[in-house]
Each structure stands twice: as C-alpha cells, then as structure tokens.
Design a protein around this ligand. Sequence first.
Ligand code: PMP
Length: 462
Amino acid sequence: MLDQPPLTNLQTRDVESLIHPYTPLHKLKSTGTLIMQRGEGVHVFDTQGRGYIEGMSGLWCAGLGFGDEEMIEAATEQLRTLPYYHIFSAKSIEPAIELAEKLKEIAPVPISKVFFTSSGSEANDTQVKLAWYMNNARGRPNKKKIISRIKAYHGVTVMSASLTGLPGNHNGWDLPVDRVLHTDCPHFYRFGAEGESEAEFTARMAKSLRELIEREGPDTIAAMIAEPVMGAGGVIVPPKGYFEAIQAVLDEHDIILISDEVITGFGRTGNWWGSQTLNMKPKTISTAKQLTSAYAPLGAVMVPEDIYQSYVDHSAQLGTFGHGFTYGGHPLGCALGVKAIEIYQKRDIIGHVRKLMPLFESRMKRLAEHPLVGEARYCGFVGGAELVADKKTRRPFDPKQGVGPQTAKLIENNGAVLRAIGDTIAICPPMIIREDELNELFDRFEKGLNEAEAWVSKEGLR
Ligand code: PMP
C-alpha cells in the first residue's frame, strides 16, 4: 500500500457522515476521500487547490465538461420560469415535449414515444416493466424473462442490478432476482479459446445464446438487454459481427433487443449512438448521462409505435398506465437535455470527437506496449487498459493486491482522474477535450503507469 497522509478536517467530516458508493468502506477511515470543489472545461480542482484533468467525464457523463455558460444559462432560465412540474395525470411541460421530439429526430431506429426517468437504473428498470406490460397486453403472460450478459452494467435498483452481470452487485445483495438470465460476455481477449479466431468466438457467443434460449424456452423470454460497448464491466468492445449474430438468434424467437446507451449515447463512440457504431438494430433504447451532459439527472426510455400501442391497449383495459417517477421529465433536466443536444449539434461535438479519434487510438495503442498492460481496448472516445502480471500468458494479478486501484491513485497523483475497474484502467474524457489536453491526459496516464510498474516490481507482486 502507498503511504497515506492524515485526513483533513473536511475528509474526517466526510467519512463521519456519508455512505460512499463503490468504495471499500472498511478502508475509508484511513484513505479518506478526494473532495472536489470546482470544475472548468475538462479540469476539476480539489479543496486543496490541486487541478486534475477529469479523464472519466465524472462517471462517463460530463461530455461537455464543466462550467459551460450556455448550459448554466439554460438551467437558470428554466429554474426562474418553472423549477418543477410533472407530467403525471395528463399534465405536461414544454421542455419535456421538446426533448422527446429531439430524441425522436436523432434516434438510430424508428422511435415514436419517450418515457423520462431520473437515472439510467430507472430507465432499465422501466424497460423490464414495459417488456412485461407489453407481453401482458399481447396475451403472452409467460414471456417475461430478460437476458443480460456476464460483466454487463445496467444499474443498481433491484432489477437493474439483477441485469448487471458483476459479482459485486450480486454478492451480499441477494441478487439476481428470478426472471433474469445471463449469457456469455463477448470479451475475446479474456474468453476466446486457444487457437479460436474472432469469427469463431462470435459464432460461439451466438450458439451459447441460442442454447440458453432453447433451454429456457423462447416463449418464456421477453427481451435481451445489451450495452453496445460494455462500460463499467471493463470497457469491453465486442468483436466485429457480434451484434448481427446475436440479433439473428433473437429475431428467430421474437425476443426484443434493448440497447443500453446510457454511456454510449450522444457521440461517445463517434456516432450519435453506440448502436450505429456497433451495427445494432435495437427495438427500444435506454439513455441517461450525456443526455444532459450530467448538468442535471435525467434518463429516458425510447420505444417504437407498435410497442407503444400495446401500452395504450393495456391501459385501456386496466384504467391507467400505472408507472412514473416524481422527477421523470423534470423541467430542469429536460431543458438541459434540449440545450445539450442543441450544443452537440451546433458546435459539432461529434465531428470534434471523430477528429480526435485517431489520436485517441494511437495513444491507446501506445499504452498496449506498456509492460503492465495486457490489452488496451477502445471504441471512439472510451477506452480501457487491462493490467496483467504476465503480458505473454495474460495472467492477471491477484485481485487482493489492488494493482488497479493503486495505479489509478498514482495516475491521480499525476493530475488525471481515471477509474480502476478491477485491474482495468478506464478512460472516457469529456468530448470537448482539446488535442493538447488529450495528449496531456495520456502523458499523465503513462507517468502513473510507469510509477505503478516500479511499485509492482519493488513489491514483487508478479
Ligand atoms: N447503464 C449503463 C450502461 C451504465 O453505465 C450505468 C451507470 N454507469 C447505468 C445503466 C446506471 O445509470 P445510473 O447510475 O444513472 O442509475
């Protein structure tokens, strides 16, 4: 372990009063937290005045960076006009109407209606309920199971955490609940068999999905949910042809594909949607995060007309559509969503991402050469460098050694915030980052990696 300075007064107040998500709570009293105070462009500054490049866009969400004046103005104006109203019981507000219209315009597949939530977890929870509701409406009450994937991340509510395919979200939480199935993770580097080609691996993924569906019974399965690029599972980019192969199996059995675009929406992969980059043809879509560029919480579920009609039919039978969140369609979130999309369009943020993608790619490829890095994977403007004890055999470190988190800490000490997902260091910079800033971010990443390599050698962790 690296040396820790004593906690400041604010750090002590923090550990005395907050429960921190995704944090080893048993270590918190000795490690303390890094307390951020303000942000500007792609930089954040802590309470000690130290600056960092925010190389993760916070939690993969602050695509426009910090302190965007147009966003601040849009928020202020909305707060002055109508800080809160809802869209329950046949009420509505203009920002929600406008944002739904914009989403329909830019959606990658035909979308006719939008349901707003406050978060990605709520969006995915809603997806499951809507799939059940749809199949009840269509007289198929047994077609209810949802397929997800090992290492997927879909959120932390009871159902979305069940869809998530990570042990940390299941162990100790009595999850997953039933009606949730997990199929294989399409990570060729980790799960490809010896001598297997990527095409053979992809065919095996489709085969195991087919076997799962046949074993469970196609008439019991409503939907499959998938992130175009798996984010919080370790930035896993599926092999070419993966979604085409998967989708052919789903189509045979009338199982809808839900694309979880919570990270991959709004330019992150170099297109508006990850579905476009990965050649996915989903029926419905979940989104959040860059929907407002994280200036306010907001999530959305987007559905096509035929599915929407099933809700209309069912609510006619039942009397109402019994689902909705107090803050789903919050005016602040919706006004900021409208403004964020307007900015993405008028400043050509996606064009900017595309322009810098070759640099991002070349810097990721350079990371792949580092002695600690087994695989450096990326798609558009999101990447992950997986640290290994042995590059040749791909042998991982013992997770108890905490090599990933320590490496992230060393990178942080060099002035860049990145995120350790186990031993994969994720990078997901604000989409507005300039070329010199992106180079500086990778330079700091490499400096931290070099220090981690020295530390690993010194401690004899291999
Ligand atoms: N889906 C994906 C793909 C995500 O990455 C996340 C959050 N990292 C979620 C869903 C959950 O979103 P939230 O944290 O807003 O509930």
